[in-house]
Ligand binder design. Structure first.
Ligand SMILES: Nc1ncnc2c1ncn2[C@@H]1O[C@H](COP(=O)(O)OP(=O)(O)O)[C@@H](O)[C@H]1O
Ligand SMILES: [Mg+2]
Length: 483
């Protein structure tokens, strides 16, 4: 049967061979720059046009280099590994966008031996609507990324670390000095003492302030996920189902600060990897076979006794010494009773703002009650207690009755030996009790009489009267010298 032009379009075999030859011609007409790589990602061939597009100027050979060396965001390796073509994509080279095709190359036996990347570059005009849509999406993405980066900025400054007591001023001063030095910092202290707050403030006052602050809580992430979280997962890595390529927190913090919270809870295997980052400044992403350089300042924190953990063998000594370059010990709230009034004021302002209500204050009887308590949860616990008290009071002042959730201090029973002492007159007993309480109040307020009087629930004039009558006049200050 003779075949005319029409006839040849009725057999599939013929159609396919026609299509193939037409496609080849079309391909030739589109074909501009081209580059080929082998299975291991080495460039084996590249034409001059492609060299011109990537701005390669001559002298050194490109052949033999890893493709990412020449184009860091190239996807050619992925195509050579998967054998899946990417027929049409918009690709950025420098600040210019080109339309590309990526095609796997097979040997005669059908095995993938490499990939070819082609710039369909002079057809960009025809694809203008597509490209401009793409550019719009890129712009949207960039602004979304920027917003996201905003979440990685420091939330607190030093001014938000409230405290007038000597221990509070001392730790703040140390932290300010630490901010000026680009070294690892270790924040030690009980839970709720303000370690995270200080980490933010140190970053915000450091030369890295414009770069991200990224937080990782070693205690909150399951051990098997923590490594990927910290160091990332490499594209194309054979790391099992569900593991998508993604950057680790160290990469996200590149140029900035990584706040490594609860570092005492780091599993032993990761302690080794962390040590390596601190020593070498490089990370090894999960499933990857190459290390990456990162420039990250580590601020670590823990509420555990790291030194004791080192002695017990549960925390690596070498890592401990690396982290412990600039140790900052945050004082517990019970050691800075003098800060209670001002902390209450600040926290109640914050609470009122969040609730959209009027600011409440703590009455003297309330302060006395708070001063009795040991605050194992420190400022965080104080915040919670104030929040609860504020929610349960209708008035503007929080008195002792609003703090009934706090356990009462143990009643001090007379010691057996006391029974042998002569019974005092009622007047002397009251005087002794008053003296003791005044001394306690002065100790709790660092000697500031105004605050001590408030704690005792008496006026300042009354306190002076008692100090004089009990002959307790001393070098105690009248008001705070340091405010
Ligand atoms: N000195 C302080 N001044 C004001 N707020 C504080 C202070 N210390 C802690 N806080 C507040 O107490 C809470 C717990 O602080 P955080 O920094 O998370 O403590 P840690 O990390 O030590 O557990 C936060 O809401 C924080 O803002
Ligand atoms: Mg914390």
């Amino acid at each position: 049967m003779a075949k005319d032009g029409q006839g040849r379009l009725t057999s599939e075999k013929d159609i396919r061979s026609l299509a193939a030859s037409t496609l080849l011609k079309l391909f030739d007409s589109l074909y501009e720059g081209a580059v080929a790589i082998d299975r291991s990602g080495h460039i084996t061939w590249i034409n001059d046009k492609f060299k011109a597009v990537i701005g390669w100027n001559g002298t050194e050979a490109i052949e033999g280099r890893q493709v990412e060396e020449v184009m860091p965001n190239s996807r050619l390796r992925a195509v050579a590994e998967s054998g899946q073509a990417e027929m049409l994509d918009v690709f950025s080279i420098g600040n210019r966008q080109v339309v590309v095709s990526r095609i796997p190359l097979h040997d005669d036996g059908g095995a993938v031996i490499g990939a070819l990347g082609v710039i369909l570059y002079d057809r960009l005009q025809a694809l203008k609507p597509l490209v401009s849509k793409f550019q719009q999406l890129q712009t949207d993405l960039a602004s979304a990324r920027k917003e996201l980066a905003g979440n990685r900025q420091a939330k607190y400054r030093f001014s938000q670390f409230v405290g007038i007591s000597a221990p509070a001023r001392e730790i703040k001063e140390q932290a300010r000095r630490a901010a000026e030095r680009d070294m690892a910092v270790l924040l030690l202290g009980e839970t709720g003492t303000g370690k995270e707050l200080l980490a933010h403030a140190i970053h915000a006052a450091s030369r890295r302030a414009e770069a991200p602050l990224v937080r990782v809580n070693a205690a909150a992430i399951p051990e098997n996920l923590l490594e990927a979280e910290l160091f990332g997962v490499e594209p194309g890595a054979f790391t099992g189902a569900g593991q998508k390529p993604r950057p680790g927190k160290f990469q996200l913090a590149d140029g900035g600060t990584l706040f490594l919270d609860e570092v005492g809870d780091m599993p032993a295997v990761l302690q080794v990897k962390l040590l390596r980052v601190l020593q070498e400044g490089e990370i090894e992403p999960l499933g990857g076979n190459r290390v990456k350089a990162v420039d990250v300042r580590v601020i670590a924190a823990t509420s555990r006794d790291l030194k004791a953990m080192v002695d017990a063998g549960t925390f690596r000594a070498d890592l401990y010494y690396r982290l412990n370059v600039l140790p900052l010990r945050l004082p517990p709230l019970r050691d800075r009773g003098e800060d209670l009034p001002i902390l209450c004021e600040t926290l109640l302002e914050k609470i009122a703002e969040q609730a959209g209500e009027a600011v409440k204050t703590v009455a003297t009887s309330g302060l006395a009650c708070l001063a009795e308590y040991a605050w194992p949860g420190n400022v965080r616990e104080l915040h919670n207690v104030l929040q609860q008290a504020a929610a349960h009071s209708d008035g503007r002042e929080l008195g002792a009755e609003h703090f009934s959730m706090l356990p009462k201090p143990p009643v001090r029973l007379a010691k057996a030996a006391d029974a042998a002492l002569p019974v005092r007159t009622m007047r002397d007993a009251v005087a002794a009790a008053e003296k003791e309480e005044i001394l306690r109040a002065l100790a709790a307020t660092g000697g500031v009489k105004l605050h001590a009087a408030k704690l005792l629930g008496i006026s300042r004039a009354q306190l002076y009267e008692k100090l004089t009558s009990y002959e307790m006049v001393s070098g105690i200050s009248d008001t705070k010298k340091t405010a």
